[in-house]
Design a binder for this molecule. Sequence first.
Ligand SMILES: NC(=O)c1ccc[n+]([C@@H]2O[C@H](COP(=O)([O-])OP(=O)(O)OC[C@H]3O[C@@H](n4cnc5c(N)ncnc54)[C@H](OP(=O)(O)O)[C@@H]3O)[C@@H](O)[C@H]2O)c1
Length: 290
Amino acid sequence: MMMLVTGGMGYVGQFLLRELAQQKRSVRCVIRSSTTNEKLRQLEQWGMEWVEGDLLDRGVRRRALEGVRTVVHLAHIRYGAALLVDMPSEVERVVLMSSLWRFSRVPSAAVDEVVESEHAIEGSDKPWVLLRPSMIYGPGNDRNISRLRTHLRRWRWIPIFGSGYAVHQPVYVEDVVGATIAAVDQSDIEHRSYALAGGKELTYRDLLHALGDSIGVSPLIVPLPARSLAYIIGVLREWGVRLPVDSEQIMRLQENKRYDIADARRDLGFNPSCFREGLQRLADWESDDL
Ligand SMILES: NC(=O)c1ccc[n+]([C@@H]2O[C@H](COP(=O)([O-])OP(=O)(O)OC[C@H]3O[C@@H](n4cnc5c(N)ncnc54)[C@H](OP(=O)(O)O)[C@@H]3O)[C@@H](O)[C@H]2O)c1
């Protein structure tokens, strides 16, 4: 039974494909021309097929969907509705990865796009399941926690926007992968959406302390005034000054990110690690890799 995976060359995709290879599933990926030879060799070793092209291209979507029974869509949710339109009736399950970001109240065109994309999917009668992860972290360059880790190792002090008492619920990448495969396999869950977040929420300060403990650093946390900096950065942007953070990101860090994962626990057997456990799994992974 062939499974199509989009976005398989991305961060989550690499962990998903590894797991699917271990489970000896038949997989076809959509890859873009920029995919490295190293990644193509890995697909070959795992016995996986691929279709090269962009998901914006209907011909590519149709070729990719030919003969598949299940789909995991990890590339941006904006392509989800088009994929559903082109989907043959033989497809039994389409798992689409969106983001808990969609519940942010900070005005943002990017969040609006996610919300609109989800609405388009929810209006489809195809057998879709939506997964909404929180911030994902894990081995390698997760572009989230890995950046903080690198910063703490180097500087041992860290500026934060605001008090740092807003709560977060980051999720370990292998927990997301497990839930994704369960969402493919589990019967009778069509047209449902699931939040995928870590086992327990923690404040941003606690997150930094846990991260520090995992690398033997006691971080010095330096709070900065969030609102005034967001305003100044917004004005600088309007003047064309580009900075590594934008005001939306700063304001989003002030939001409490506490999520109810009961539905995923019940239907997908989702039993995610809390942050300290996730960091331990990350350390174990890295030591196995040496
Ligand atoms: N990482 C997180 O913290 C997080 C949190 C919540 C939700 N999510 C969502 O979870 C999903 C997976 O996340 P991720 O971190 O693994 O994403 P990622 O690393 O950015 O990977 C995205 C993948 O999608 C592919 N892609 C993008 N546009 C495409 C197009 N037009 N045609 C074909 N392929 C395309 C990319 O291809 P190339 O390799 O060629 O660029 C890449 O392989 C995403 O939908 C993301 O929005 C992620």
